[in-house]
Design a protein around this ligand. Structure first.
Ligand SMILES: Nc1ncnc2c1ncn2[C@@H]1O[C@H](COP(=O)(O)OP(=O)(O)O)[C@@H](O)[C@H]1O
Ligand SMILES: O=C(OP(=O)(O)O)[C@H](O)COP(=O)(O)O
Length: 412
């Protein structure tokens, strides 16, 4: 992949050049108060070194990013305005402007107003249907508009490189381009996770993007994980596993159309000698709320009127034991709704197990994903206690599967 140094050489310097940077600024926001509050600014902080590198070279930096999953039209709760405020604080001493649209006359004028060494953050790129469109023509037309804003493109939004989206993929085909420092660092870690990894290898999966992440298991079992390795499943996706193995899951998250597929995974893990570790107990509540009478119940007997919001204490101990002697661990997706204290125990226990495995046996432990990174930080762990905290969950998983990632392929 070409670096920013290569791009600089190719363009004869970056001073005065308009550089479009795709960052991943998809940070968790707490909307319970009057103003949204960023609960973990890790992705914004991770974007800063590449921006500084470009600003130091005298570039005019246009940043584009998404927040959440709006449906191709503006929605106030997904505005990047709070992210702009934090980015401006982190880029102390730099002029950081915000444009309330992504493309068109207003964006063009805002870019024209940029001076050397200044930054413009464009509003959530997913407010435009062209960004995520499956129609190549529609996506391409939007990418043309984006490309018209800049002289060069830097891909630094590692968390989104598995998406074939206009700002991740198509725009790189239209402008001189390079990988930013964050993408380069993340790819190095992924290479270490896939090239002669020390075993036992453990992958821990959880979170709520169930349909996205269930799909990766097939390939993980076929490629990365071998006999003696472990796959631990918690979070929202576990209920599809419990249901697939004949258990009632009450009102828990369930992907009913994936049951056959998941039965296949269970069989495949058995055939390959990969230990599949599922929870034996669950913290179940009457509603998706902290005060909804959380109770520990057996995973075999989740009451019909309850939903599972965390793995239970016995499961947490089993998960920790399965991680204790692992030499390589990749973890994506919280074990429960860690944002509410009654459902944070499983995530805390898994985080502690990763920390312990690093101390006890020098395990290489990687935590990936926006919410997973937020979870370990808000639960009081420090980045240094892990081998690496990755800004990408789904992106890392797809790489581990051996898949081609559109946003990386296009940079080669
Ligand atoms: N049992 C569960 N039911 C519903 N949501 C869950 C459950 N367990 C975890 N979650 C939620 O999953 C979210 C994170 O999922 P995801 O986006 O897949 O992770 P990441 O951003 O780390 O890749 C968290 O906000 C958490 O509250
Ligand atoms: O949060 C993200 O991914 P992650 O939850 O897998 O870490 C990225 O910003 C990608 O977002 P998307 O999964 O809505 O495309």
């Amino acid at each position: 992949m070409k670096t920013i140094d290569d791009l600089e050489a190719q363009l004869g310097g970056l001073a005065g050049k308009r550089v479009l940077v795709r960052s991943d600024l998809n940070v968790p926001l707490d909307h319970s108060g009057e103003q949204p509050v960023i609960t973990d600014d890790g992705r914004i902080r991770a974007s800063v070194p590449t921006l500084r590198r470009l600003l130091d070279a005298g570039a005019r930096v246009v940043v584009t990013a998404h927040l959440g999953r709006p449906k191709g039209a503006p929605e106030a709760r997904y505005s990047l305005a709070p992210v702009h405020a934090r980015l401006a604080e982190l880029l102390d001493g730099v002029d950081v402007a915000f444009c309330p649209v992504t493309v068109g006359a207003e964006a063009t004028a805002a870019v024209a107003d940029l001076g050397d060494g200044q930054v413009l953050l464009l509003e959530n790129i997913r407010f435009n249907a062209g960004e995520t469109s499956k129609d190549e023509g529609e996506r391409g037309a939007f990418a043309d508009e984006l490309a018209a804003l800049a002289d060069a493109y830097v891909s630094d939004g590692f968390g989104a490189v598995h998406r074939k989206h206009a700002s991740v993929y198509d725009v790189a085909r239209r402008l001189p381009h390079a990988a930013g420092g964050l993408v380069a660092t993340e790819v190095e870690v992924l290479r270490r996770l896939t090239t002669h990894p020390e075993r036992p290898y453990a992958v821990v999966l959880g979170g709520s993007k169930v349909s996205d992440k269930l799909g990766v298991i097939d390939n993980l079992l076929g490629s990365l994980l071998t006999s003696g390795d472990r796959l631990l499943v918690g979070g929202g996706m576990v209920f599809t596993f419990l249901a697939a193995t004949g258990r009632e899951v009450g009102k828990s998250l369930l992907e009913a159309d994936q049951l056959d597929r998941v039965r296949g995974y269970v069989q495949s893990a058995q055939d390959k000698g990969v230990e599949l570790v599922l929870p034996t107990d669950v913290v179940a509540a009457t509603a998706f709320a902290a005060d909804a009478d959380p109770q520990v119940v057996s995973a075999d007997a989740i009451p019909a009127d309850r939903l599972g919001l965390d793995i239970g204490p016995d499961s947490a101990a089993t998960f920790a034991a399965a991680l204790a002697d692992a030499r390589t661990v990749f973890w994506n997706g919280p074990m429960g709704v860690f944002e509410m204290e009654p459902y944070a125990g499983g995530t805390r226990a898994v985080a502690q197990a990763l920390v312990d495995a690093k101390v006890a046996s020098g395990a290489f432990s990687v935590v990936g994903g926006g919410d997973s990174a937020a979870a370990v930080r808000t639960l009081g762990f420090a980045d240094e206690q892990f081998g690496h905290i990755s800004t990408g969950g789904g992106a890392s998983l797809e790489y581990l599967e051996g898949k081609q990632l559109p946003g990386l392929d296009v940079l080669d």
